[in-house]
Ligand binder design. Sequence first.
Ligand code: NAD
Length: 433
Amino acid sequence: MSPGRAAAVTPPQPGGQLEWQNDLYQMACTQFRGVARTLDLDPDQYTRLIEPRRSLIVNLPIRLDSGELVNFTGYRVQHILTMGPTKGGLRFAPDLTLGQCGALAMWMTWKCALLGLPYGGAKGGVRCDPHALSVDEIERITRRYAAEVNPIVGPDEDIPAPDMGTGEREMAWFYDTYSQAARHAVPACVTGKPVALGGTPGRRQATGLGVVFTLEAALESEERPLEEQSFAIQGFGNVGAVVASELHARGARVVGIGDIGGAVSNPAGLDVPAVARWYFEHDTVAGFPGAETIAREELLELSCDVLVPAALEHQITEANAGRLRCRMVAEGANGPTTPVADEILAERGITVLPDILVSGGGVTVSYFEWVQAHQKYVWTESEIRERLRSQMRQALTSVIGTAEQLDVDLRTGALAVAVRRVAETAKLRAVFP
Ligand code: NAD
């Protein structure tokens, strides 16, 4: 047989298809392969889980305010359809790719399974820079995207939520566009909506609060009260700003905060409400007068008890893991630590509380919002807060227990809980046809 013919009939390794030759996707695969080895996962389940079930790429012709017509690329990736509808964020970012959406969708599957939510993972978004667009342009992009992905989303199929570059405003436009097509209001088609449209109180703060609830429980298990610890936080958006405010309100010392424009540090503790006011006026924390302004990369290397990466992926890498000066990393962002950095941190005795656990508060409260939309019944904010706290604590307990039982780090422990649950469901439902 000629080499060309051999290549044509030899299927690529699972996870090795051309579409998924992307750094972030391969990072998610490396983590999955590691846990599959630990669990001695059935090869059929391995093959079913390593690549996303369904991916859609859409082209959005958008009229800019200038009158020019520009094409934007949008994606929606659904990792597994076996667990119920899929769920995951909508990201507007200038470097968004299909591979990134695939990785984030896979992590959503693990996150939902770990937290006991009846969803598979999804992720999507549009490759665009929302900071360079007007509000009208962002609205046109959101609505056209919602119309293009309509065939594969819906309250019982796939339910988007906010992620980087999107928030309540975009969810409101998505909800309206979907409802126009359905010819009646469908509040369960999206979560993270404004409260006035059937959003749930507490959703906006949920991911940040979940980070703090997990930290509170993890530190408690080490007999180190949260309010006596110091924290450095990368990111001052939906997640990071809530983490910083909540920690400050509880009396903890926030010694550093960073964002895309730079970072600030004060070993005595930052006045977080004053930083928030400065951010509101200047669109960055850099230059805040009550602190020293440092380069954004230096934030990660500040001396502190806990570092909270809450901005974006690939931040703690082989290049800087050896220089971190914290005792614990709590991953508020998705995928901030690479597998090689994980090994370096483990050798250095730095505990990593993994993303699929720590950043699970957002999707948990999204689930509460979706349940309320289906029930047409509204819960109180304190009910939501208490349920979230209890769900995060329960998940942490199962992660610590599994990690001890398998003698692995907390990331592998968390993935093991999740992958076992998904693989069991997939096995019971078997392969169609
Ligand atoms: P956001 O867009 O509201 O905020 C992102 C923050 O990161 C901003 O302050 C921005 O300035 C900063 N940032 C961007 N690039 C940076 C860089 N190179 N260096 C330093 N800072 C940088 O986004 P978000 O919703 O807060 O999401 C942050 C992370 O949390 C993402 O990884 C997201 O996937 C994850 N996450 C978000 C949610 C949610 O509910 N919003 C839920 C789970 C996970």
